[in-house]
Design a protein. Structure first.
Length: 203
């Protein structure tokens, strides 16, 4: 049996042309070196597994799907798979980008749903704990809380409130104060959290 080797550190340099291409693919990142390092780690692992006979892809489409899933998990963990990103930044042909986005979203939805549900529950629980720790005299003026949620987290919160409204519970929908493509800032009454948390767990 081969002896287990210690970890190996690898240093490499990218030429200017490839750095430019990488920046074009990830324009929102200032730390392009970090992106390059993450990709290098992924690709090194892929080639070693290939040479060791541990990984074989059924088709080029299967390879694209697997590579992109790993790339998103390493570099874009909170981003949805979209045709726009695959076509505009990653330069896949229109038909291929559409197909890959559909397959990847099918894979992603379950994992992202569970992650967003957990994060939403933790965020609201943390704010409730902060509120409970306040002096009693400060609580009446601190019931209105503001929180920044991802779009998916906000959608889940809306769904949880929907469940309560359908049961004729006395509750109001959170008020949106700002919104972007990825994030929503809301204001809500802290008294609702006790009602909402159990509903989030059931989603």
């Amino acid at each position: 049996m081969a002896q287990q080797q210690k970890q190996v550190s690898v240093t490499f340099a990218l030429d200017g042309d490839r750095v430019t291409k990488l920046r074009n693919s990830f324009p929102e990142f200032d730390d392009i070196q970090g992106v390059a390092t993450s990709i290098a780690k992924l690709m090194t692992g892929e080639f070693i597994d290939l040479l060791a006979g541990e990984k074989r892809y059924l088709s080029i489409s299967h390879q694209y799907v697997e590579w992109l899933q790993q790339l998103y998990e390493a570099v874009l963990p909170d981003e949805e798979y979209t045709y726009e990103r695959l076509y505009n930044e990653f330069n896949f042909p229109p038909g291929t980008a559409q197909y890959l986005a559909r397959v990847l979203r099918d894979r992603q939805n379950s994992a992202l749903h569970q992650r967003a549900k957990s994060k939403l529950h933790d965020k609201l629980s943390e704010q409730m704990q902060e509120y409970d720790a306040l002096p009693e005299n400060d609580k009446p003026t601190a019931k209105q809380r503001s929180i920044k949620l991802s779009t998916r987290e906000h959608n889940l919160l809306q769904m949880a409130v929907d469940r309560l409204v359908k049961r004729d519970e006395l509750i109001e929908y959170p008020r949106v104060t700002s919104r972007s493509r990825q994030f929503v800032v809301i204001v809500y009454d802290v008294d609702y959290v006790h009602k909402v948390l159990p509903e989030i767990e059931e989603l």
